[in-house]
Design a protein around this ligand. Structure first.
Ligand code: MIC
Ligand code: SF4
Length: 637
């Protein structure tokens, strides 16, 4: 046998197709997760499928993104989610219980299983040896209804780890090193499978930091083998029964190999405004810092917070820095309280935030105008902090806290000996905020508040499309540009007409108005269009505004399938120079669309400038049907 770990797990779950790079395969999904910001739409779609109960081994609905509850909207959403969970046999993790990925790692993840989540950082589960993939809510809804998940078989890249991390160098620096080398597009169509002698030097939470931020590489997912360290973690969590040893065969085959000597990694930091804009901390040292945030699904484990708390012991945060700390889960919060870590943080002057996504998604704790914010998070896209001109840097908790103490970007190695953080004898179950569904769900009523609006629909695909270019954007446009989040907009996630007012708001506040005036039209994009989150709203709201097609140089994986699922054609330029030729407000016409869906080729007439160009859209048979139906919901119905 010469199977790599990825193929071993996929093979066991294969229900359709063959595992050959580029081929479409159908995978059986063991577990699903949703979070509140994507969950309401996912469950609204699930409801229309008419299933009696979820058809998975485990489905969990987390509330972690929008926990501010300013006004009735969020609590309405939470109540809807809780009632849907009880109705359909889904475990419900209440607000305050923690960030979905951290809690899932602690309580539910299992080596060798498949997990589909309506959040792009679902690959965190890869730290436990799972195939964990982030997708749009509609894919999760289908998986909950027992349908397979269809995907293009990715390449499998072996990341050969050797050596051992030096003191003060962390898992965060490892993934920043990969982002520095490979860029935010470097992982598109790939799975990063970690192996080699360096693996056993990393704990499960460290591995999870690395697989979590594999999302920033654009990867389909990332995975570590399940070994003695995995067993150790599951035993501490009281879940040894969930353990299964699973690793690649000795002579496993890979599509490519990346070598990484852990001993060579240095403390690194990503500069504004992209996670791949990486420099060594030394190069940036001395820069004045206004704010430091510790937390997020990347770096909020017990180990991370204990390290931070120990460094802070008997010290004081610099007077010019505001330090916010959000523990990743109730379990972490419970343990740092017991171990007097929380006390040392409070005494040092930290502001303790709720166990939730919080500042990572712009839900409070925004930096001041032009402020420098150092965050242990995974994304530093422009405006994501909630302050349009803030400068957001991404680094390890060690670098962040050293900088919080000194008031300037500081290499943590200047702090002397690193603190010793011991594992507890046992992690507490911490299930007071978890609600298991009742066995008899027959009289559970689904509760909808006025914020829960029905989903808009799109008619079948017409054979001719005409419209004007409503916006033309460059490379690496993120879903945060297309459909921003933050405390003002996030509460509108269950109300598509209301949220659609904010499409492209950070780059063109008049976009929505113009789209409505013109009855829709085209979006022109550059490379890696739609990178970042899994939010379907970045497709659903443009669909509501009448967007017919996005014509771009290339697309990010999750966003591309969200576009198809909501009846928007993701068309790619055949010749990149056609991107340069096209102008804002040009009138475009595409004829013979139905034939184009079949052949993958379309001719676009630029009626304003008087020329034609070719675009392509390679769809598998299922996607062709979805595109013709005007979206997946129409088809499933
Ligand atoms: C993010 O980190 O961008 C989010 C918020 O978690 C998104 C999901 C969302 O927009 O609700 C993601 O990563 O998919
Ligand atoms: Fe939440 Fe941030 Fe993680 Fe997204 S990246 S799940 S917003 S903590």
């Amino acid at each position: 046998m010469n199977l790599n770990l990825t193929h071993k797990i996929l093979d066991k779950h294969l229900v359709e197709g063959t595992l050959a790079v580029g081929e479409i395969v159908g995978i059986q999904v063991d577990q699903t997760l949703t979070q509140d910001a994507t969950g309401t739409v996912a469950y609204l779609q699930f409801e229309t499928m008419g299933a009696e109960k979820v058809d998975t081994e485990l489905s969990v609905s987390y509330v972690d993104h929008n926990t501010l509850q300013s006004g009735y909207r969020n609590p309405d959403d939470h109540r809807y989610l809780q009632s849907v969970a009880a109705r359909y046999g889904i475990v419900f993790s209440r607000p305050g219980n923690g960030i979905c990925h951290q809690v899932h790692l602690e309580r539910f993840g299992q080596p060798g299983k498949t997990l589909l989540g309506s959040d792009s950082h679902t690959p965190t589960g890869g730290g436990l040896g799972m195939i964990a993939i982030g997708v749009g809510g509609q894919d999760v809804a289908c998986a909950m209804a027992g349908l397979p998940f269809y995907m293009t078989t990715p390449e499998v890249i072996r990341v050969e780890l050797t050596g051992r991390l030096k003191p003060w160098v962390t898992a965060k620096d490892v993934i920043l090193e990969l982002l520095r080398r490979l860029s935010v597009k470097g992982g598109v169509g790939k799975v990063f499978e970690y192996g080699g002698p360096g693996v056993e030097t990393l704990s499960v939470p460290q591995r999870a930091t690395i697989t979590n931020m594999g999302a920033e590489l654009g990867a389909t997912t990332s995975i570590f083998p399940s070994d003695a360290r995995t067993l150790e973690w599951l035993e501490l969590q009281g879940r040894a029964n969930d353990f299964q040893r699973i690793e690649a065969d000795q002579d496993a085959e890979y599509d490519d190999v990346v070598e990484l000597n852990l001993s060579d990694v240095e403390p690194l930091i990503a500069l504004p405004h992209s996670p791949d804009n990486v420099k060594t901390v030394k190069e940036v040292a001395g820069k004045k810092v206004d704010q430091v945030c510790i937390g997020s699904c990347t770096n909020s484990s017990l180990q991370d917070l204990c390290t931070v708390g120990e460094i802070l012991r008997n010290k004081k945060v610099h007077p010019d820095v505001s330090l916010g700390i959000a523990p990743g889960s109730q379990q972490v919060l419970e343990l740092i309280t017991e171990r007097s870590i929380l006390g040392s943080m409070i005494k040092a002057g930290a502001r303790i935030l709720e166990s939730a996504c919080g500042p990572c998604i712009g839900m409070g704790f925004s930096p001041p105008s032009g402020g420098v914010s150092l965050r242990t998070f995974n994304r530093n896209f422009e405006g994501r902090t909630g302050t349009a001109d803030a400068m957001c840097y991404l680094c390890s908790p060690e670098t962040a806290i050293a900088s919080a103490l000194r008031g300037i970007v500081t290499d943590p190695r200047e702090l002397g000996e690193p603190p010793l953080v011991e594992e507890p004898d046992k992690y507490p179950g911490s299930e007071s905020l978890i609600i298991y569904p009742p066995t008899d769900n027959s009289d559970v009523e689904i509760i909808r508040g006025p914020n829960i609006q029905p989903l808009p629909q799109r008619p079948k695909l017409a054979n001719n499309l005409k419209g004007s270019v409503l916006i033309k954007v460059g490379d690496n446009i993120t879903t945060d540009h297309i459909m921003p989040a933050g405390s003002k907009i996030l509460p509108l996630r269950s109300n598509i007409p209301a949220i659609s007012e904010y499409v492209f708001n950070p780059i063109d506040p008049k976009f929505s108005e113009r789209a409505k005036e013109k009855n829709g039209g085209f979006i022109i994009g550059g490379e890696n269009y739609g990178q970042g989150s899994s939010r379907e709203h970045a497709a659903l709201a443009p669909m509501y505004l009448g967007i017919i097609a996005v014509i771009a140089k290339s697309f990010a994986r999750i966003h591309k399938s969200n576009l198809i699922n909501f009846g928007i054609l993701p068309l790619a330029f055949v010749s990149e120079s056609d991107h340069d030729r096209i102008s804002f407000e040009d009138e475009l016409h595409i004829g013979e669309l139905h034939k184009g869906i079949e052949t993958g080729k379309f001719t676009v007439e630029n009626l304003t400038a008087g020329y034609e160009f070719t675009v392509w859209c390679e769809l598998n048979n299922k996607e062709k049907k979805i595109a013709l139906a005007g979206g997946r919901l129409n088809m499933v119905k």
